[in-house]
Design a protein around this ligand. Structure first.
Ligand SMILES: Nc1nc2c(ncn2[C@@H]2O[C@H](COP(=O)(O)OP(=O)(O)OP(=O)(O)O)[C@@H](O)[C@H]2O)c(=O)[nH]1
Ligand SMILES: [Mg+2]
Length: 287
């Protein structure tokens, strides 16, 4: 079992809608908690989290997200969800799992969403990145391996592999084979451990993250003080007022994030136009 002092490892799943984030989340936690399915529009609409004890005893907190960085969703919705996601990973992110699917073509949208992720969080995010490919079963039925599938891999993805230390895992989210289930989880957790070693055990955080954490800690402290100071009949009302104030502050942060997303998106579009005018693109220029 995990020792009480062992920190929770936050693992967030990101990627385009329909790539299999929720299915991968369920495989990692070994139960069906996140809703996964084939719908034309996004299945997961808000960030969700589930905490479990991983094989080996560490506690992992898996965060499933909607397609946050594909920018099909409106910036105000994305920004609120990113703030929620960061609040769910209070101590920071121990791994960011980019979920791709071998069942669909890797398109420019994948590249765009990775660029957006970096624009918002900086290139440092790549130090925490693991790429998961879903649909191992489909590769098997086509007599393909991940290596053969990736032999025609787009240039930007090759660069990502180099930058993220070639941390990639093939997932079989429909498998009934217990060995295969254990193996894929272990491969992922080995990468999470390698990320921890490489980053001296320090999880990824950034300015917005720290602000959210401070705000959450402030709320907890004031709730505790209210419990000590007020009569039982008044506490609920005070807590409600504190919660309203907390939500207002979180919304303010989401609005700040929304501005960053809008600017990032406009910059990105401008940059694409410049690069397209220059000839064939090699990779996202911010890496
Ligand atoms: N054959 C096969 N199908 C998979 C695999 N992983 C996911 N899928 C299917 O892919 C579809 C989409 O999966 P989801 O887990 O809902 O994808 P998502 O990324 O969470 O999608 P959104 O919540 O809409 O962003 C579902 O029909 C899954 O069953 C896999 O390893 N093999
Ligand atoms: Mg989902």
């Amino acid at each position: 079992m995990a020792s009480g002092s062992e920190p929770v490892k936050n693992i967030v799943l990101v990627g385009r809608a329909g790539n299999g984030k929720s299915a991968t989340g369920n495989s990692i936690i070994r139960r069906t908690i996140f809703t996964s399915g084939s719908q034309a529009t996004g299945v997961t609409m808000t960030c969700q989290t589930f905490r479990t004890v991983a094989p080996g005893g560490s506690i992992i907190n898996v965060i499933d997200t909607p397609g946050l960085f594909d920018l099909i969703t409106k910036p105000d919705v994305i920004s609120k969800e990113i703030v929620r996601c960061l609040a769910l990973a209070e101590e920071g992110l121990h791994a960011v799992v980019l979920v791709l699917s071998v069942r669909t073509r890797i398109t420019k949208e994948e590249e765009d969403s990775l660029c957006t992720l970096q624009i918002l969080f900086g290139a440092k995010i790549l130090d925490y990145l693991i790429v998961v490919f879903t649909g191992g079963d489909e590769l098997d039925s086509n007599n393909q391996t991940l290596e053969s599938y990736l032999s025609e891999c787009p240039e930007f993805l090759k660069n990502i592999f180099t930058l993220c230390g070639h941390r990639k895992v093939l997932f079989y989210n429909r498998t009934k084979d217990e060995d295969q289930k254990n193996r894929q989880i272990q491969q992922l957790l080995d990468h999470v451990a390698a990320i921890g070693r490489r980053n001296f055990g320090i999880p990824f955080t950034e300015k917005m993250h720290r602000q959210i954490k401070e705000e959450t800690m402030r709320l907890r402290k004031e709730e505790k003080e209210a419990e000590a100071r007020y009569r039982a009949t008044e506490i609920e009302q005070v807590k409600m007022r504190l919660m309203e104030e907390h939500e207002r502050k979180m919304n303010e942060m989401a609005t700040m994030m929304e501005d960053v997303i809008r600017d990032a998106w406009e910059d990105h579009q401008r940059m694409l136009r410049v690069i397209e005018n220059m000839g064939p693109r090699k990779m996202c220029n911010i890496m």
